[in-house]
Design a protein around this ligand. Structure first.
Ligand code: GUN
Ligand code: ZN
Length: 651
């Protein structure tokens, strides 16, 4: 029971319901030692930060005293935590010691018996770079155990949720296959397993391959847990790639090693001891100086370091969530990936999958596109723009450059002759920017520094190919000037604002919405305050009907009911549509949110946050709104809101 509330990249901010308790994702589960005496940070402190913790059922199972308490009073009482408790199964011990003393189904049953909220199958973690035969055999065994565990869960009506771990070592086809097979089996959460050795060796690039290939095979409607990843520097990137859950033993393990975590790297306490204060203001760091902590006895020092480590871990989770909410997750990732060259390498690797990622990346964001370096040229916002440039049906094109001292938007700051020629400005980042659409996100909502020459080279090939493709339509400067003078001599009135709206609609929806007849009757109003285009009206007799309003932060054209009806007439089925079941038609017409469960069909190419038409199976318009989900997710989710309705349309 997982639903998406906000998103950026492949990252999701979501709500996950576990046995009646709701947690917000992304989040991190502190690893808790099942023996309270061995727990470094007091449970009271953990409770303040965490809504979910993870502990190890195999340790409980193999220790008679812990086992007795767990069997009699439950795991929550044992560890002293009454919110969500997840348990691992002993797989990790299996990977370290090669052998453990419990049967796969026995440990699953045990987890249910002690009242665990989310249990884990006894999967087989194959180390990275293992022999392919080994990886394949282990994976098959993991899948077999997974199937048996699910059968047991079903036949005995278990109340706990079940983790179905993805294995396959560093064979990406195996990861994908494992994800597809496990993904078809109705686990509740999908951990990605056996990545700890990759983390320890800084093989983040391979980690990226493993995450993305697993994600490719997994259903979109289930949360994904990156097993064993607890270092805050990695959260932003892992969330960007679609990981929802993390677990951290790191906060305690690093503390035992006298290491101090930050979101950009780790320090030895030794190296910090001469600072007047810690570079952090958590309760621990506000209270003690580095020297004081350094001089404490081992146990106390460990405890304080672990506490600080836990604070910064949660702090980074909050930062990642905030970045998702404002649409600045890519920017946060670009920041974090400057913390270590291996992370930068990993980010670059992630961008090799941009075509896959782009399908999940919102078409609009609250915060602008900040150029963070050469890698930004490959981000989905850029790739999508270059793709969507072809949505406009150009008749005549003039390609030009604009002097550096002209500020954006060019369309408002340059003196442009009244013309129906599409003027495209070469742009080092976005390739080409048609002046008619240059208000739309991300073209206007971007901050780009002066680039190096090598960066400027990047788009030469793109522009060349574009010119090749449209060679019949492109005017050179002489024809362009001749056309302008000829045109003005004809004194035919051109309303450039109407042409701009026409092109913006084509760019946003991929179809021509305003035909010649309608174009004649369009009135574009500018804001009295800013002087910028704001409203689009259609004249009908003596009346003037509002069709669209430009949304202030991204200049997307937001339809009114009349606008939605026009879109519905002009855009062919199933494009820009979300089709809902008859049973909710009435609710949709009342303007209530559309739940994913009732979506029966849709435009599979939809991206998150697009403006969509909600229709019934006869393609009658029921309302319009913003889709939270992309085309694939609309079909796969059956829980939570799919479309945020703006308005319903009465039948
Ligand atoms: N903890 C870290 N890695 C793994 C893994 O691959 N499987 C399980 N079950 N737990 C883990
Ligand atoms: Zn601190």
């Amino acid at each position: 029971m997982f639903q998406i509330k906000a998103r950026d990249g492949m990252g999701r901010m979501g709500k996950l319901e576990i046995k009646g308790k709701v947690i917000e994702t992304p989040t991190i589960m502190p690893v808790i030692h099942p023996n309270p005496e061995k727990q470094l940070v007091p449970m009271e402190k953990v409770k303040k930060l965490a809504d979910v913790v993870i502990t190890n059922s195999y340790i409980i199972y193999s220790n008679p005293e812990l086992r007795k308490i767990a069997e009699e009073e439950g795991v929550h009482k044992l560890i002293g935590f009454d919110k969500v408790v997840v348990t691992d199964s002993g797989s990790f011990q299996l990977s370290v010691y090669g052998d453990i003393d419990v049967e796969p189904l026995e440990i699953v049953e045990f987890q249910e018996r002690i009242g665990v909220d989310v249990g884990t199958i006894l999967d087989i973690p194959t180390p990275p770079y293992a022999e392919r035969e080994v990886a394949e055999r282990d994976m098959e065994e993991t899948i077999r155990r997974g199937r048996e565990a699910l059968e047991l869960k079903r036949s005995k009506n278990f109340s706990m949720l079940l983790n179905g771990t993805i294995q396959g070592s560093t064979y990406m086809d195996l990861r994908r296959r494992c994800a597809e097979i496990m993904g078809s089996m109705d686990f509740d959460i999908y951990p990605i397993g056996a990545v700890v050795p990759l983390l320890e060796k800084y093989h983040y690039k391979t980690l990226v391959d493993v995450i993305i290939n697993s994600k490719m095979g997994l259903p979109t409607n289930k949360p994904v847990h990156l097993f064993g990843c607890g270092h805050p520097t990695l959260f932003a990137l892992a969330v960007l790639l679609g990981c929802d859950l993390f677990d951290s033993a790191a906060y305690a393990l690093y503390a035992k090693d006298d290491r101090y975590l930050t979101e950009y790297g780790t320090y030895y306490l030794e190296d910090l001891k001469d600072l007047k204060q810690f570079p952090c203001s958590c309760p621990v760091c506000s209270e003690y100086s580095p020297k004081e902590v350094y001089n404490m006895e081992k146990r106390e020092r460990e405890r304080l370091l672990a506490e600080h480590n836990l604070y910064v871990t949660f702090e980074e989770i909050s930062r990642v969530k905030e970045a998702i909410r404002e649409g600045a997750l890519w920017e946060l990732v670009e920041l974090r990936c400057r913390c270590h060259p291996r992370l930068l390498e990993a980010y670059r690797q992630a961008l090799k999958y941009v075509e896959f990622i782009e399908k999940f990346d919102p078409v609009t964001k609250k915060s602008g596109f900040f150029y963070g370096g050469y890698e930004s040229l490959f981000r989905p916002e850029v790739i999508r723009h270059k793709e969507r440039l072809h949505r406009i049906r150009y008749e005549k094109i003039f390609i030009t450059t604009v002097s550096k001292d002209v500020e954006k938007p060019y369309s408002e700051n340059l003196n442009i002759p009244p013309t129906d020629v599409d003027i495209l400005v070469k742009d080092d980042v976005f390739g080409l920017i048609p002046l008619n659409i240059d208000l739309i996100y991300p073209l206007l909502q971007s901050e780009i520094p002066e680039l190096y020459d090598v960066e400027k080279e990047h788009n030469k090939q793109f522009v060349k190919e574009f010119m090749e493709r449209y060679r019949d339509k492109i005017m050179d400067i002489v024809t362009y000037n001749y056309y302008l003078s000829y045109y003005s001599s004809k004194k035919k009135k051109i309303n450039r604002d109407v042409i701009r709206i026409d092109r913006m609609l084509q760019y946003q929806y991929g179809f021509k919405i305003l035909d010649e007849e309608i174009m004649e009757r369009i009135i574009v109003r500018r804001s009295k305050r800013t002087g910028w285009i704001r409203n689009v009206f259609l004249v009908e007799g003596d009346e003037k009907k509002l069709l669209f309003t430009l949304r202030s932060y991204d200049n997307f054209l937001i339809p009114t009911e009349e606008g939605a009806k026009l879109l519905h007439r002009k855009i062919p089925y199933p494009k820009y549509r979300v089709v809902v079941d008859r049973s909710v038609e009435r609710f949709a017409r009342e303007g209530r949110s559309v739940y994913a469960k009732f979506v029966v069909d849709c435009d599979r190419d939809l991206r998150p946050y697009e403006e969509v038409l909600v229709v019934n199976e006869d393609d009658e318009l029921l309302g319009y709104g913003t889709t939270i989900l992309n085309g694939r997710e609309l079909m796969e989710f059956n829980y939570g809101v799919a479309v945020d309705m703006r308005k319903g349309i009465r039948g």
